[in-house]
Ligand binder design. Structure first.
Ligand code: FEC
Length: 310
């Protein structure tokens, strides 16, 4: 065990049952409990996708498989420690378990491709605060983003190609690909956040790799807060495309790496309905999840970061 590599894998987290939705939502809202109406709306969205988001299981599988792949490449033991931003086991819990395992090296990976002060920075801050309580832990080498990793771009491009190919021929001609990412509050963007640039870069690279001519970038799932949020919103873009005579939209969520509420509800149910109302066929690219090509990307990032520590 003296040679152990620790992977601190950080993800958003999801309630494991409907009872956990309230504390989860309160945590997302920085400790302010939601109104009964907002809470009910969120519970209804979980119910609409079958009562539960698969994010927890997918995150665990991604972490396990990256660890196995990296261990195979390095010939060293590698153990994943998964921590969530908004629900137990929290990032601090994962750091505590990691420190107890006495690894020699540690890499921190947030499962979000584009860097933002409103996302990746919060995960890393949670990890750094917990690490201060564990001086025995080795320095954690963080991966900040992978929005332009060639393997990540290629994996998304393959999914765009196969989804376009699956459209009926008469719809494919007039199809537009909409690359989506989670919106963030506009004040964060105004402070010079790299996030919109990262999202645009991912989209442009994937479009080029897939040979897509007609594409847009849109943001989705804006929070229910008083702030303005980064746009344009995906539903507005879909309506606009309908007015412009497009025949189909293919949503490609480049800001997420797994199936979860924001993909299964906000795109598959909400955006699909808006598209159908606008007379457009709707399709969504399959998520990366724990697919082999994406696990290779994550393993590559980890190995690269470990190389930098030697
Ligand atoms: O499947 C699941 O149960 C979890 C789905 C989920 C993912 C996710 C990813 C991101 N979020 C980001 C930013 C914000 C900001 C706020 C915010 C609010 C919510 C709410 C739910 C929720 N988010 Fe989320 N997000 C997911 C779920 N998110 C539920 C609360 C209800 C609502 O407003 O819709 C607003 C916080 C506030 O009130 O101040 C900001 C970003 C990502 C993508 C990067 C990442 O994965 O970290 C950015 C998955």
């Amino acid at each position: 065990r003296g040679d152990l590599v620790a992977l601190l894998v950080m993800a958003y987290g999801t309630p494991q049952s409907l009872d956990e939705v309230e504390p989860y939502y309160t945590h997302i809202r920085h400790g302010r409990p939601p109104t009964p109406e907002l809470l009910q709306e969120l519970i209804d969205r979980y119910k609409a996708i079958g009562g539960k988001s698969p994010l927890h299981e997918i995150t665990e599988e991604q972490a396990r498989r990256v660890a196995t792949t990296v261990a195979g490449r390095l010939g060293r033991p590698v153990e994943p420690f998964v921590g969530y931003l908004h629900i137990a086991p929290f990032i601090a819990d994962a750091v505590e378990r990691m420190a107890a395992a006495r690894p020699r090296d540690a890499v921190g990976l947030v499962l979000a491709p584009q860097y933002s002060a409103a996302s990746v920075a919060l995960y890393q801050q949670a990890a750094r605060e917990a690490l201060e309580r564990h001086p025995e832990a080795p320095a954690v080498h963080f991966i900040d983003h992978f929005h332009n990793h060639p393997g990540f771009v290629a994996a998304l491009a393959r999914r765009v190609e196969s989804t376009l190919a699956g459209l009926p021929a008469d719809r494919r001609e007039g199809a537009v690909v909409i690359f989506t990412a989670h919106s963030i509050p506009q004040p964060v963007v105004d402070r010079g956040d790299p996030y919109p640039r990262h999202v645009e870069e991912t989209a442009a690279k994937v479009a080029a790799a897939a040979g897509v001519g007609r594409w847009r970038v849109a943001y989705q799932s804006a929070g229910r807060t008083a702030d303005p949020w980064l746009g344009p919103d995906v539903t507005d873009v879909i309506r606009q495309l309908g007015r412009e005579g497009a025949r189909a939209v293919v949503a490609c969520p480049v800001g997420f790496v797994a199936d979860h509420l924001e993909v299964l509800y906000d795109l598959d149910i909400e955006a699909r309905q808006v598209a159908e109302e606008a007379g457009l066929a709707f399709a969504r690219t399959p998520s990366l999840n724990a697919d082999a090509d994406f696990i290779e990307v994550l393993a590559d990032l980890v190995l690269d970061r470990l190389g930098a520590t030697r």
